[in-house]
Design a protein around this ligand. Structure first.
Ligand code: ADP
Ligand code: MG
Length: 150
């Protein structure tokens, strides 16, 4: 996909807990209609970040927050509906996103998407992107950016 990311802010974390807390803080910037794309290697901390954002959006039981595998999407109840998608195992991510109803999800809630870089046309015209780079066993560089027109 074309990946013209405008980096808004960059952070560094030194533990999974710090990434969780960062997600909780960043959640204040997200609301209904926002898609947040999580990009980073396996084990980077995408799910950890989703957990923090979900907590910040008012999802009480974050133990429920895990990568959707057998089902392709999880829905959590927060202050607004929070949808958690993971494109890792999808064979045709664009088609599956449309089938899952990504546009309808965005009408009512926030969409948090792991491995979003596997999709292309089915992504909204404009969305947030959180890129996580692994710098060491517990060190991560985390960039918050915007893709597409505001
Ligand atoms: P992903 O969803 O990107 O595959 P997960 O969030 O499932 O990654 O897992 C991240 C792994 O990395 C966990 O085992 C976590 O404990 C570990 N980890 C170590 N340091 C960090 C950090 N700073 N932020 C997030 N996860 C970290
Ligand atoms: Mg994950």
């Amino acid at each position: 996909m074309s990946n013209d990311q405008t980096v808004i802010e960059q952070f560094e974390t030194d533990s999974p807990e710090e990434t969780f807390e960062l997600g909780k803080t960043l959640a204040a910037r997200f609301g209904v209609g926002d898609c947040v794309a999580m990009v980073g290697d396996l084990g980077a901390g995408k799910t950890a970040m989703v957990r923090g954002i979900a907590a910040g959006l008012g999802v009480d039981d974050i133990r429920l927050v895990s990568s959707p595998t057998y089902v392709l999407a999880h829905e959590y109840t927060g202050l607004v509906p929070v949808y958690h998608l993971d494109l890792y195992r999808m064979t045709d991510p664009d088609a599956e996103l449309i089938d899952l109803g990504i546009m309808e999800m965005l009408d009512t809630g926030v969409v948090l998407m792991e491995w979003a870089d596997k999709a292309d046309q089915a992504l909204p015209q404009s969305y947030w992107q959180i890129t996580i780079d692994i710098d060491g066993p517990e060190e991560r560089t985390i960039a918050l950016g915007r893709i597409g027109a505001p």
